[in-house]
Design a protein around this ligand. Sequence first.
Ligand code: TXA
Ligand code: MG
Length: 353
Amino acid sequence: MEVTRYWKVDSSITPDHPSIQEASQLIQTGEIVAFPTETVYGLGADARNEDAVRAIFKAKGRPSDNPLIVHIASLQQLNQLVQPLPEVAVTLIEHFWPGPLTIVLPMLEGAVPSVVSAGLSTLAVRMPAHPAALSLIEASDAPIAAPSANLSGRPSPTKASHVMEDLQGKISGIIDGGEANLGLESTVIMVQGNSVEILRPGGVTLEQLVEVLPTNVQLLYEQKHVTKEQSPRSPGMKYTHYAPKGDLVIVEGNDLSKVQSWIQKQLIQGHKQEIKTGVLTFQSQTCCYEQADHVIDLGNDLRYAAARLYDALREFDALNIDFIYAETCQEKGIGYAVMNRLRKASGYCTVQL
Ligand code: TXA
Ligand code: MG
């Protein structure tokens, strides 16, 4: 058990702030530190330090074949990591960096130890849009390799308290920047020639990408109903990122009243059998599911739903809910990523009405 340092920072944070100075000294001496980003909290190490990167995998219990994203604060750092940029990548960087877009590019040989990219010849890179993250990278004078700062198999952390729940005593420090703005991870894309493939939907939406991509560029992405059997391109997508303690079932249908009455029936059954039930709603009011032990309303504002989703899933776990029934939200904008995470958390268990 090691002592985990804790620093509270606000949005006016700069690289010369004493907290950032202390945290960056830890990074420079090969320690691992959690920090806020606009998506979720990351667990960072100097990407060039093999032992430090290995410590990340160990603290999280992360499989070693799942590569990490390298976080940078300048384009100069990018040039030291990857081969000359394809034109499409330049366009996307201009529009979306700093921000929740991770770009997978051919790596400059030997730029970082192979443990970072899990032996792949490509490297995932992103420039986060959070002053604490950018300050930490700058003060450390290092590219920072960082996965989400949760134990593998738990929801990504959107608050410093989530990081503490999972990793206190296992990491050297936590920079607390308050609640993550977006609440879902970055969009991961692979750029190859004239095609852009979405490997993981996230903070930058499909619609935003379409808007800025030249018409001769093909945008490839998984259609809505992905099944477990299809093998995803991003190594991380093959793992069930998070499975709640209870069984999560997605209840889908065009007729909301049918969805509601189906869920209500399950709640009554559950109550009789003394099973603890929970409901995650998007479209209904909380009072619609009075028979449930716990109801969380994610509302119909998709940005709010994205920001609250992981916290909600942790809440059901904390209450030891046996069965969670989830309504669906619109699969447009950030809603596409919300449903992607929810479907994965359910193990692709859907009731279609
Ligand atoms: O928003 C985010 O992206 C957060 C914050 C901390 O930046 N990070 C994050 O990292 O979500 P992580 O490790 O939880 O997810 C990284 C994803 C995984 O699905 C991984 O497989 C994929 O990126 N990835 C990393 N390197 C890759 C590569 N070279 N090729 C394909 N996929 C890659
Ligand atoms: Mg993760």
